[in-house]
Write a protein that binds this ligand. Structure first.
Ligand code: AMP
Length: 210
């Protein structure tokens, strides 16, 4: 299955992508995680991306499209994948089509801006592997420490309240129109955010028929 996860920043795409990934044994490809690793390692892509990311703005399409072409050519993508955080603009969606990438489903997780703003302030991310937690909804086993790799958790710069507002505005302006793009192709499915992570996972599995 080739699946795109759509939804506002903080909607739970990364968390749900991991559950779907385990269930279907296909990799999750998160452009956000790829970019954060590039920033951390000081690569040319990282140097270009950092200022956009810190401001909650989008990294230019050509950078993202380059990253995606490279990543989707890796052997682990042969049986399918979950795209988390890409495409985020119509130009990126069109670039995927131009590459001959035929998406099966674009699944949008629907959630209000108010809930997102509340949620982001509790989010913590691993500085090493990118795994995300929430102090209330999905706490790590040991406070401040990543379950996966034992490294320290921190608040992402782009999860600060002012940046979150900007990211939501960017989402509504640039990314939300993708719902229409995929609806017109008969690929769009939507799931309402549920009171718990588990209930949202169940709703997603039901919608995907997995
Ligand atoms: P995320 O972890 O998906 O919320 O991404 C974090 C940040 O990385 C975003 O706020 C953007 O600055 C950048 N980013 C990630 N994916 C994309 C994309 N597909 N297009 C443009 N910028 C992106």
């Amino acid at each position: 299955m080739k699946l795109i996860l759509l939804g506002a920043p903080g909607a739970g795409k990364g968390t749900q992508a991991e559950f779907i990934s385990k269930k279907l044994s296909i990799p999750t490809i998160s452009t956000g995680n790829i970019l954060r690793a590039a920033v951390k390692n000081g690569t040319p892509v990282g140097l270009k991306a950092k200022e956009f990311m810190d401001a909650g703005a989008l990294v230019p399409d050509e950078v993202i499209i380059g990253i995606m072409k490279e990543r989707l050519a890796e052997p682990d993508c042969a049986e399918g994948y979950i795209l988390d955080g890409m495409p985020r603009t119509l130009a990126q969606a069109e670039a995927l089509e131009k590459e001959g990438i035929d998406i099966d489903v674009a699944l949008s997780i629907e959630i209000s801006d108010e809930e997102i703003e509340e949620r982001m302030t509790g989010r913590r991310a691993c500085t090493a592997c990118g795994a995300t937690y929430h102090i209330k909804n999905a706490p790590p086993k040991k406070e401040g420490i990543c379950d996966n790799c034992g490294e320290k958790l921190s608040i992402r710069k782009d999860d600060q309240p002012k940046t979150v507002k900007n990211r939501l505005a960017v989402y509504h302006r640039e990314t939300e129109p993708l719902k229409g793009f995929y609806e017109a192709r008969g690929k769009l499915k939507t799931v309402d955010n549920q009171p718990t992570i588990e209930l949202t996972t169940a709703a997603i599995f039901k919608t995907l028929g997995i």
